[in-house]
Design a protein around this ligand. Structure first.
Ligand code: GLN
Length: 485
């Protein structure tokens, strides 16, 4: 599929170069990519909404700027698509849910404003698990996303459309969101690069909330450099998000050149234990050997709480569902979105929510409400918060002696469509190596490091201390240089 792409050999960096030199126009590129989406989307189902008119209008505006010799943004003419969890002014934003099926936001998310200011071309909105709840992108009101590398398999979730669109050449870059692995897992399953920034690095204003203390918006691209460029555009303080950090944005592109000489990279023992498929382990070890060969020293570290499923998965699924149960209470059929008319107000609430939300979302609202209820708060929610503190300390300790940690993203490569749909616990376990990263608030990347025995992509996860995205990018660039297929 990727080979059919009009952009199979193209990076955003190359494209920007060509547009600046007037080798081609933004309109030509946009028309080509829109046609490619038309041809491929019926198979992949990565897009929920394609905004042809908006994209062409933006392309024409860019071409006029080029022709007039005006200053151009860093993403000039680059076709970008957005997970449908990001508000776009005047463009339907569904969160892949029936309950927001008809929601047209009156404002842009801050990241969207920044993309427009950077002269990017926004193509449309991408499919995902409903309200970002899932690990396979099958929980969508608009149908499952299919993996462009093998259409019988899932893309990973919840930002499956964002990874698939890049893998299928339907966009050169995309944005997703990561609450417990939703950027890294689909990046790994689809063979693209995906980065989850430090909590607070990127503004969440206009990101439809799932679990607010865990959610972060993250970039996807084919290359580490493009990922770095996109991160540079979306990162930085935003007065509209009180959790966004006052930390200057470094030159992430420059960081990609730094190499890993002298870095210490820790391998968390618990992330290489039972349950890890052997071909995934082999590919990940190949990535780690590349880092060692390039001057990094490798050592084992222990993450006793963060690496233990009984702690990490349990704490994550209590905290995330508790926050979700509160965040999703706003969808009641009154203010916006889907409404099921009924005789009484209570019936209207109940019917709207029961018909508007899918099964997984309802399961999580119930779990979260239960965990927060008066009689169970101390036993579940408070305990989970205590475990969260221990997880954070695990990482703090590890980063006292390491610059980065390296691990698999997931125990297996992309699984078959339908394989885990009836078994939520099995599905939750796909997140074993990713969720503790969000609980600790630290950044992580998935960079392709090899393939499984069946030829499916496998990602290497690199984790850094808070705001160490530069170190992560420098190591990911080294892995990519030697192992990119
Ligand atoms: N799979 C995890 C969940 O379902 C993570 C999702 C995400 O990061 N949005 O909650």
């Amino acid at each position: 599929m990727a080979d059919d792409s009009v952009f199979s050999a193209q990076t955003a960096r190359g494209l920007v170069h060509g547009i600046r030199r007037e080798k081609y126009t933004a309109r030509e590129i946009t028309e080509k990519i829109l046609a490619h989406i038309q041809n491929t989307n019926p198979d992949i189902n990565a897009f929920i909404t394609v905004d042809e008119a908006g994209a062409l209008e933006a392309a024409d505006a860019v071409d006029q700027k080029v022709a007039a010799g005006q200053a151009l943004g860093p993403l000039v003419g680059v076709p970008i698509a957005l997970k449908d969890v990001l508000c776009t002014k005047g463009l339907r934003t569904t969160c892949a849910s029936k309950i927001l099926d008809n929601f047209v936001p009156p404002y842009d998310a801050t990241v969207v404003t920044r993309l427009r200011q950077a002269d990017a071309i926004i193509l449309g909105k991408l499919n995902m698990d409903e309200f970002a709840m899932g690990s396979s992108s099958e929980n969508s009101h608009f149908g499952a996303v299919k993996n462009p590398r093998d259409q019988t398999r899932v893309t990973g979730g919840s930002s499956g459309g964002s990874a698939a669109a890049v893998a299928a050449g339907q966009a050169l870059m995309t944005l997703g969101s990561d609450t417990g692995g939703s950027v890294r897992l689909p990046a790994s399953f689809c063979g693209v690069v995906g980065l989850k920034p430090t909590y607070g690095r990127v503004s969440r204003y206009g990101l439809i909330a799932y679990a607010s203390s865990l959610d972060q918006i993250g970039p996807f691209a084919r290359t580490v450099e493009d990922t770095a460029t996109l991160l540079g555009v979306i990162a930085g303080h935003d007065p509209r998000d009180s959790t966004s950090a006052h930390v200057p944005v470094p030159d992430y592109l420059l960081a990609c050149q730094r190499g890993v000489d002298g870095l210490t990279i820790g391998l968390p023992t618990e992330f290489f234990g039972a349950g890890l498929q052997s071909d995934v382990r082999d590919a990940v070890m190949q990535g780690i050997e590349v880092l060692e060969k390039n001057g990094a020293s490798i050592r084992e570290v222990s993450l006793p709480t963060a690496g233990h499923p009984a702690f990490a998965i349990a704490a994550y699924y209590i905290i995330a569902t508790a926050e979700a149960s509160s965040n999703l209470s706003r969808y009641d059929g009154v203010k916006y979105g889907f409404r099921d008319e009924a005789e009484s107000l209570i019936d209207m609430y109940v019917q709207t929510r029961s018909k508007g939300f899918g099964a997984e979302v309802k399961r999580r609202i119930m779990l979260g409400t239960y965990a927060l209820s008066a009689g169970y708060y101390d036993a579940y929610y408070r305990k989970a918060q205590q475990v969260r503190t221990l997880i954070r300390r695990d990482f703090d300790r590890a980063f006292e002696s390491c610059d980065l940690l390296a691990s698999p993203v997931s125990p297996t490569p992309a699984f078959k469509l339908g394989e885990k749909l009836d078994d939520p616990l099995q599905m939750y376990l796909s997140d074993i190596y990713t969720v503790s990263v969000n609980l600790a608030g630290i950044p992580g990347i998935s960079v392709p490091c090899g393939t499984s025995t069946e030829g499916l992509p496998i990602g290497l996860q690199l984790l850094g201390n808070a705001f160490a995205e530069e170190t992560i990018l420098s190591a990911a660039a080294v892995v990519e240089r030697e192992l990119a297929s």
